[in-house]
Design a protein around this ligand. Structure first.
Ligand code: F6R
Length: 638
């Protein structure tokens, strides 16, 4: 939540601001209530905050640039910028960042929550500090102002004041600070909120997320919790602010980002959401690349190779239980994995919402392996749940998309998704990627534990991309679009699925809620008669997953009975069914066919029409599908 970008170079102020605005646009998925920036170049200071999306800030700043002299290359130009997702205080210009001290000499942007801000604000107000906003962040510039005054005679006053402030604030933060008096330096610090430093030549960057740096630099340094840095045009100096002893500078490794600019741009697509849905087969390919070894002559000898899990192979071999953790879409991917792990790997598995798991009493048993799933790798609840597992000596595997993110670094081993940046706030391609990786993990565990499983799963997984592309053919997309338009005026929707497709019904309902603001509930088909059936009438349609496969059609028969019950109550039905299945025609009002696959892998196909449906309902309602209201991509606060 909230996006942070900073840039320091010897370039002009206009270029400095361009980098900040482009960075904010890339980060807008983290928050888009309001945005602001400060940029200083050869004593010319531009400070602007605007309500709404980054384009409003861009327009406002362009007006300033056009009406003021633009400075050419100088010794430096420095700036920090922020896009906000409101936690404390309504979205407004006053509450947006950067925040300042009383005299606008210190500029601060912040992602996270300062938990003790009320008591700090009280003390500061008693000391004469005047606050302009309702935010928790504003205590930071005022604390810096106070400590600067107290350290005024010390040659090291900026470092000292920054350190004293860091030691007094409690909570979660990634912060960046510019002192007007010291305009060749950005001070940054991190505790429980992500922060990355981008390394350039004669220029450096800071950001809350590496996606803001794509196209500028691929070299990054990830700050750890408790670290702060002084970033100038040519140097980055990193220290620890938590250790009791005064430690020297910390030497950090530079990581190379693997994402390229094309993957973070919309290209010819109207929105990121559409682009990301259409990347399904590519995402599957990237997840499987180098991990499936097919023996063409004898498919029975095909096997899975997961380099990231080799270091814990012995632990996995002796594992007796698996715990899966995640939030939102990642949790639903975990629910599908529970079915997979039980059926394919034959290991007891439980899946938990990370936000519940972190606070509930849990019975930890030896030989348990934890799998934490997170696209961003920064979700606060998932991080806290992982810490709880570590406190109980459990080994944690991460399934993470963002390379170098917090979860990828705190887990004991892991498998990256390699899905590329997901910019649309609602998760689409990440879900496909998570399901692909989890299918691999289930096969890998079965393989190392010598459990018998259907070897066709490996080859079918490998071939699923063509089936995904078939679903995404133009004629199918237009059909789904027309259904979406037909149902877009509904106020409620029920999503039904059973077995492997039950979590997919939950995920389908979540997509509709997020993108179209229509109330949607996901249910297991068998639960209909235990309550939800009471809601059904001609205004309450149902989206049902009624696929069939060769192995077992009991589930489909049961679901048909559930649908008959809905039809008898005049409920409209939209179904996803398996190509060639005509039994469904008499029950459903509208029908979307998908190619047949093994039931274990059906979620990977079924979710695509559901994502498209939510997308087109959102479009029919003229909504911003990439940036649903009230949401942010990385949920780095509780
Ligand atoms: C839904 C969505 C969220 C995320 C959830 C977890 O479309 O995007 O529900 O899935 O916030 O995020 P990650 O996977 O980054 O931990």
């Amino acid at each position: 939540m909230c996006g942070i970008i900073g840039y320091i170079s010897g370039k002009s102020q206009k270029e400095n601001i361009e980098v900040l605005i482009e960075g904010l646009k890339a980060l807008e998925y983290r928050g888009y209530d309001s945005a602001g920036l400060v940029s200083i170049s050869n004593e010319n200071l531009i400070y602007k905050k605007s309500l709404g999306q980054v384009k409003n800030l861009e327009a406002d700043v362009n007006k300033i640039l056009n009406s003021s002299p633009v400075f050419g290359e100088g010794d430096y130009s420095i700036g920090i910028a922020h896009t906000r997702w409101a936690t404390h205080g309504v979205p407004s210009e006053l509450n947006s960042h950067p925040h300042t001290d009383c005299n606008e000499n210190i500029f601060v942007i912040h992602n996270g929550i300062i938990e003790n801000y009320k008591e700090l604000k009280n003390i500061l107000e008693k000391g004469g500090h005047i606050f302009k906003s309702q935010t928790d962040t504003e205590v930071i510039p005022h604390l810096l102002e106070k400590f600067l005054k107290e350290n005024n005679n010390n040659s090291n006053k900026f470092d000292l004041s920054f350190l004293e402030t860091l030691k007094i604030i409690k909570g979660a933060f990634a912060i960046a600070v510019i002192f007007k008096e010291l305009p060749e330096m950005i001070y940054v610090a991190k505790l429980s909120s992500p922060l990355v430093i981008g390394i350039g030549e004669n220029e450096n960057y800071i950001a809350s997320d590496p996606s803001a740096l794509i196209g500028n630099t691929k070299k990054v340094i990830y700050l750890k919790d408790g670290e702060y840095a002084k970033v100038s045009k040519n140097n980055v100096n990193i220290f620890n602010f938590q250790s009791q002893s005064v430690e020297g500078e910390i030497k950090k490794e530079i990581t190379e980002l693997e994402w390229d600019i094309e993957r973070a741009q919309k290209g010819d697509y109207p929105d990121f959401m559409m682009k990301e849905i259409c990347e399904a087969s590519e995402v599957l390919k990237k997840a499987l690349m180098g991990r499936i070894k097919i023996d063409q002559n004898n498919p029975g000898n095909s096997f899975i190779k997961l380099g990231g899990l080799e270091s814990i192979e012995e632990e996995l071999k002796s594992a007796k239980r698996i715990i899966i953790l995640g939030c939102g879409t990642s949790y639903y991917a975990g629910m599908v994995a529970e079915y997979l792990f039980k059926k394919v790997s034959k290991i007891p598995t439980e899946v938990f919402l990370a936000s519940e798991f972190r606070y509930r009493e849990e019975v930890f048993v030896p030989d348990t392996i934890v799998i934490a799933i997170s696209q961003s790798g920064e979700t606060a609840d998932t991080i806290a749940a992982i810490k709880k597992c570590h406190d109980n000596n459990l080994t944690v595997i991460g399934i993470v998309n963002v390379v170098g993110s917090t979860i990828s670094r705190i887990t004991d081993s892991g498998v990256y998704n390699h899905a590329g940046p997901e910019i649309g706030v609602a998760s689409t391609k990440a879900f496909i990627s998570q399901l692909s990786v989890l299918a691999l993990v289930s096969l890998y565990i079965a393989q190392i534990k010598n459990k018998s499983f259907d070897k066709n799963l490996i080859s079918e997984l490998n071939n699923l991309g063509d089936k995904m592309d078939a679903i995404l053919k133009e004629e199918n997309i237009s059909k789904i679009k027309s259904f979406a338009e037909k149902y877009s005026n509904k106020k409620d929707f029920l999503y039904l699925g059973r077995n492997f497709n039950y979590p997919v019904a939950l995920e389908g309902a979540l997509k509709l809620k997020e993108i179209s603001y229509i109330h949607a509930e996901g249910y297991a088909g068998g639960e209909m008669k235990h309550g939800p059936l009471a809601m059904i009438d001609e205004n309450f349609p149902t989206f049902a997953i009624a696929t069939r496969n060769k192995k077992d059609n009991v589930i489909q028969d049961k679901l048909f009975s559930n649908l008959e019950e809905i039809k008898a109550r005049k409920g409209e039905i939209l179904c996803i069914a398996t190509e060639g299945d005509e039994n469904i025609n008499h029950i459903t009002n509208d029908l979307i066919y998908i190619p047949e696959t093994l039931e274990e892998l059906e979620p990977l196909l079924v979710i695509i029409p559901m994502q498209l449906f939510a997308y087109y309902v959102g479009k029919a309602k003229n909504l911003d599908v990439d940036k649903p209201r009230n949401l942010a991509k990385s949920v780095t606060v509780e």
